[in-house]
Ligand binder design. Structure first.
Ligand code: HEC
Length: 157
């Protein structure tokens, strides 16, 4: 085989795995995720929780690694507190999330899924939020949502 053929062969075998592969643990977490999605569904208007796209981003930024991320998510879901909360605008608008007393192993799997998942940017959520912020005269939030839309959603329906 030529070098080029080898390269194309490798590309063909690797490509399908690259996008969608979840670890077995995260796949189990995905099956349990509807317990969170009921509130974290980004298409709800008005929203019942912040879209997981943003939660994942904030928690990834605040965490050292996957293990730290999972521990932080599990700790928050078991006992939400203002001290730990990172999603300040969501807390201000919706109040603190209620504690969900699910077994630890389930929460670990769900958190592993949230770490690995490829959530779509919540464009519809930002559009609704921008409109809502404008109608209530909240210029700072309207501008923030407009920036997010421009940055992550240009060209998306
Ligand atoms: C009854 C609705 C509801 C359900 C069910 C729910 N959440 Fe939430 N969640 C919220 C709300 C509202 C917020 C925003 C307020 C806050 O941050 O406490 C939130 C925020 C969060 C945050 C960010 C906390 C922060 O501010 O740092 C995490 C992490 C989270 N949820 C994880 C989960 C997971 C995991 C599940 C499923 C096991 C889940 N939630 C189920 C309503 C819900």
């Amino acid at each position: 085989m030529s070098r080029r053929t080898v390269f194309l062969f490798l590309l063909a075998t690797l490509a399908p795995a690259a996008g969608s592969a979840l670890s077995p643990e995260a796949r189990e977490g995905q099956a349990l995720f509807p317990a969170c999605h009921v509130c974290h569904d980004p298409t709800l208007a008005p929203p019942l929780g912040p879209p997981m796209w943003g939660v994942q981003r904030r928690y990834r930024n605040a965490s050292l690694d996957k293990e730290d991320f999972v521990e932080r998510i599990v700790a928050f879901v078991k006992a939400p507190s203002l001290e730990q909360a990172l999603m300040t605008p969501a807390v201000e608008r919706l109040g603190l999330m209620p504690a969900l007393p699910l077994p630890d192993d389930m929460l670990h799997k769900i958190a592993a899924y949230i770490w690995e998942a490829d959530f779509a940017p919540p464009c519809e959520h930002w559009r609704n939020a921008a409109r809502w912020a404008e109608s209530t005269g909240d210029a700072a939030h309207a501008a923030h949502d407009a920036r997010m839309l421009q940055r992550f959603c240009s060209g998306r329906p």
